[in-house]
Design a protein around this ligand. Structure first.
Ligand SMILES: [Mg+2]
Length: 691
């Protein structure tokens, strides 16, 4: 499916099946089907096919690829070994090799042949063209040679080349699958079913079937299934999906809630204002998909090289034939020389040139807590000039802690803290948890929730109140206002008893210890750090000042984060810049997918990690500059590898054109270039961490 219209078309066709009500989600490429009668899977599949689409099976493709690899390896290893050592060869080896190699040249290399034909129609040449051409020519030529009694056969080329290239391809496919995963992980925040209230009955239905205006019940601890407006109830919701902040937001009558947010308080009744397909989270998912699709348009480096290399080789081969036929008058020799040029030009090491460096870089990164997945991002990362940083959970820990305690009315703050902790102990609110962790000495009785903003209870004979409400009626009003102002940009909790405010607690999430050094390291690499956060402007400003970040933006929505990255990409002189984005939350997913390089925090959401090319496992922001350094080294290494991969083969092209190539040279070139690539990639281990 390429657009939402496709999804609607499939949906319409599925609904035509008797008894079926279906909903097709474009972003996750899934259909939710419920039916009142017995229907078979085939009927549904047929309905999808009638609409001109097919029921996908990603996993099947990958399994088939693994089978091709296994068969390719089982055949090409003995064929290459025997071909290299003449002593091992039985008398009729060429005939045996012809039979053994056939399944590899035809079936294992099938994906390359298929893609090459497709390329031919589009008038382009990629790595697939090169492999397909090389394998076909090597096999057909060798096959003909066997019948003419010649020993000049290249069966091992036909076997080894597709197998090794396919191995590299397999490593790539494994990384590419995650792009769709991020959308799936993002949408998994929407519950699969919703409880709809119709009159006096409540009914659980598939979320996709909820209609506009339906009344939906959201119980405590459940995620909201649709965008809606509260018509009954008061509660706190975790809206980190939109803001990236885990401090719950108070919601009451007429407040709007987004699908995917989490209800932490009492049950809510909401009126549906957008069904799941058009909800905010689905729109963000569409943005992710769009951004990912735009990204994959960057061709891989091997394809870019092939686009020039393949036509050049074909031209050279043709020229070889022309020169031999018309210049030297030997068209027979000309044909075999022209074919030798095509065979030798197909570098088997090309298939592993990129993945080998990547494997080494990945293991290097892993030792420093960095997981790298996409070789193309490494080339971009080495050119990064601006790094956009999320605040909460990225530069800060994301865990609330009490940062300031201000005592009022000459209260003993130690005792007051112990009393507040006792009252808060049973609450699940994140602010309450942070306060409860301060002390464990006292016990509260008679603990009661004050709807929407706090808790009250009896400790040491005193009736105490712990509240998030700042519009408190107390005797020392002026003193309280001054203390709240002093507490600054943070979440405020007031402890009071006897009609007097006793304690003001300021809570915020702490800045990671490594953050300041990480920002300084980026600046020393001439990379500009930019802070983008969904948190309040005042808090963002204070964190930026503390870390020495000059460019910062607060109260930024997920959509705005993505837009900001798009605008940052062009500088004042119209040059295109390469931007990296570091984030952790669902609100960062679109920006991570849209940035040239996405970097996710390991403790962040799965959706963020899937959208990012790099994950920092141990959450240390210092890893950002190490990743930049590693990417520069890796990218250089990949280019050297490509040089080695092509080198020996390019050197042998004139030999082949002169009609002097024999299978031994071809085998040596293949072995040497592959070994050089592996050895060079291993040199990457010498990169030392810059922290
Ligand atoms: Mg965050």
């Amino acid at each position: 499916m390429t657009c939402t219209a496709c999804a609607r078309r499939v949906e319409k066709n599925l609904n035509k099946v008797t008894g079926v009500s279906a909903y097709v989600d474009f972003a996750s490429e899934t259909a939710h089907v419920s039916s009142s009668t017995e229907i078979s899977r085939e009927q549904l599949v047929q309905a999808v096919r009638d609409a001109g689409y097919d029921v996908g099976n990603d996993r099947g493709t990958l399994t088939l690829m693994i089978w091709r690899l296994v068969i390719g390896a089982l055949i090409s290893i003995p064929v290459a070994t025997v071909s290299m050592f003449h002593e091992l060869m039985p008398a009729n080896w060429n005939q045996i090799a012809a039979i053994l190699t056939f399944p590899v040249a035809a079936w294992v290399a099938w994906p390359f042949h298929e893609a090459a034909v497709k390329n031919l129609r589009l008038n382009t040449a990629t790595m697939d063209t090169l492999v397909s051409l090389g394998v076909t020519v090597a096999y057909v030529y060798s096959f003909v040679q066997v019948f003419t009694g010649s020993h000049e056969v290249y069966f091992e080329v036909a076997a080894v080349v597709p197998t090794i290239v396919l191995f590299g391809r397999w490593l790539e496919v494994r990384t590419r699958r995650s792009a769709t995963d991020s959308v799936k992980a993002l949408l998994s925040a929407i519950p699969e079913t919703a409880v709809v209230r119709k009159g006096s009955v409540q009914e659980t239905i598939v979320t996709g079937l909820v209609q506009l205006g339906d009344l939906v019940v959201v119980a405590t601890g459940q995620r909201v299934p649709v965008d809606g407006e509260i018509v009954e109830g008061t509660s706190q919701i975790d809206n980190s999906l939109i803001t990236g902040e885990s401090v719950p937001v108070e919601v009451t009558l007429k407040s709007t809630v987004a699908a995917g947010s989490l209800n932490l308080g009492p049950a809510l009744l909401i009126k549906t204002t957008a069904v799941s397909a058009s909800s905010r989270i689905a729109q963000i998912a569409d943005l992710v998909r769009e951004a990912t699709a735009q990204k994959t348009k960057i061709g891989s480096i091997t394809d870019r090289i092939s686009a020039v290399f393949v036509p050049s080789v074909i031209t050279l081969s043709f020229l070889t034939y022309l020169v031999w036929t018309f210049g030297l008058g030997d068209s027979g020799k000309g044909l075999s020389a022209a074919i030798a040029v095509l065979v030798i030009a197909c570098p088997c090491a090309l298939g592993i040139a990129v993945p080998m460096s990547l494997v080494v870089a990945t293991s290097m990164g892993a030792k420093q807590g960095i997981v790298i997945r996409n070789p193309d991002t490494l080339s971009l990362l080495s050119k990064v000039s601006k790094v956009v940083l999320d605040k909460t959970g990225t530069l800060t820990t994301g865990h609330l802690e009490v940062t300031k305690i201000i005592a009022l009315s000459e209260t003993d703050s130690k005792e007051a803290v112990a009393m507040a902790a006792a009252v808060e102990r049973s609450s699940t609110h994140p602010l309450a948890k942070a306060i409860a962790s301060l002390d464990q000495t006292l016990t509260a009785t008679n603990v009661q929730e004050i709807a929407g903003h706090g808790v009250s209870g009896t400790v040491n004979g005193k009736e105490i109140t712990v509240t998030r409400s700042q519009t408190l009626k107390v005797s020392n009003q002026g003193e309280l206002a001054a203390a709240i102002a002093e507490a600054g940009a943070a979440s405020i909790v007031v402890v009071s008893w006897g009609n007097t405010a006793r304690l003001v607690l300021a809570l915020s999430d702490g800045i990671r210890t490594e953050s300041a050094k990480a920002v300084a390291q980026l600046q020393s690499l001439s990379v500009e750090p930019i802070l983008l956060s969904g948190d309040t402007k005042s808090r963002v400003e204070s964190v930026a000042h503390e870390l020495g970040i000059k460019s910062y933006f607060g109260e930024v929505t997920p959509e705005e984060k993505l837009n900001k990255i798009k605008t940052l990409r062009t500088d004042s002189e119209g040059n295109t810049l390469v931007i990296a984005m570091v984030g952790d939350g669902l609100n960062d997913v679109a920006a991570l997918a849209g940035a040239d390089v996405g970097i996710a925090m390991g403790s962040g959401t799965h959706a963020a990690q899937s959208a990012a090319a790099i994950t920092i496992v141990d959450d240390s922001p210092l890893a950002i500059s190490y990743a930049l350094a590693l990417s520069k080294k890796t990218w250089t290494n990949i280019r050297q590898n490509l040089g080695w991969a092509f080198g020996y083969n390019v050197l042998l092209i004139p030999v082949a054109a002169a009609g002097l190539l024999n299978p031994m040279f071809a085998g040596i070139a293949m072995a040497f270039s592959s070994i050089s690539v592996v050895v060079n990639a291993l040199r990457l281990h010498l990169v030392t961490p810059g922290k």
